[in-house]
Design a protein around this ligand. Structure first.
Ligand code: 5GP
Length: 191
């Protein structure tokens, strides 16, 4: 049976590893059409414009917002703006592709309002303790900063019931395979 092209939204708490899972999918599952977001943040070493993000200026982002070029957008971590280019997603769907959006919780909620037929997947940590270890682990933050991040994580974890499915990020390969399966796509990987 041919797969009906749909939009799947992957969201979850900060530091749960969404970026790692979506990178794995981009590298191993060409059957998934992964949306490339626009962002006003600067590229990190190794990031390529048009592959990891479209790196745009504040003015360019303003124009995208006023021209209604974004399916959703949000200010993430109180700093930079990130958004999903609308036209590219619509073109991919028109070509029969299954689309994956890896976005933050605010973006996921906006998509729920504007595209209620999308499927919503929550990426969760294996346990609260593991999440604490990841957030605190680097040892680069002050105890106050760590406390703030943990409070944020608690609020973000509480969003889980808003989602259709939960995938536990116990291993990147396994979580990616489960997500591809939830998208109704064949799970063959490219090496
Ligand atoms: P980073 O700057 O580390 O690549 O990403 C920071 C956060 O931005 C991640 O939580 C990621 O899910 C979120 N993000 C990336 N692209 C988008 C987007 O297009 N829209 C929204 N709302 N969030 C995004």
């Amino acid at each position: 049976m041919p797969v009906k092209p749909t939009v799947t939204v992957l969201a979850g708490p900060t530091a749960v590893g969404k970026g790692t899972v979506s990178t794995y999918i981009r590298d191993h599952y060409p059957q998934v059409w992964l949306s490339v977001s626009a962002t006003t943040r600067a590229a990190r070493p190794g990031e390529v414009d048009g592959v990891h993000y479209f790196f745009v200026s504040d003015d360019q982002f303003d124009s995208m917002v006023s021209d209604n070029d974004l399916l959703e957008w949000a200010v993430v971590h109180n700093s930079h703006r990130y958004g999903t280019p609308r036209q590219k997603v619509e073109e991919a769907l028109a070509q029969g592709r299954s689309v994956l959006l890896e976005i933050d919780l605010q973006g996921a909620r906006e998509i729920k309002r504007t595209l209620p037929t999308a499927q919503f997947v929550f990426l969760a940590p294996p346990s609260w303790d593991e999440m604490v270890a990841r957030l605190v682990g680097r040892g680069t933050e002050t105890p106050e900063q760590q406390q703030r991040r943990l409070e944020t994580a608690k609020v973000e974890l509480a969003a889980q019931p808003e989602f259709d499915h939960t995938v536990i990020n116990d291993s990147v390969e396994r979580a990616a395979a489960e997500l591809v399966e939830l998208m109704g796509l064949p799970a063959q990987q490219r090496d």
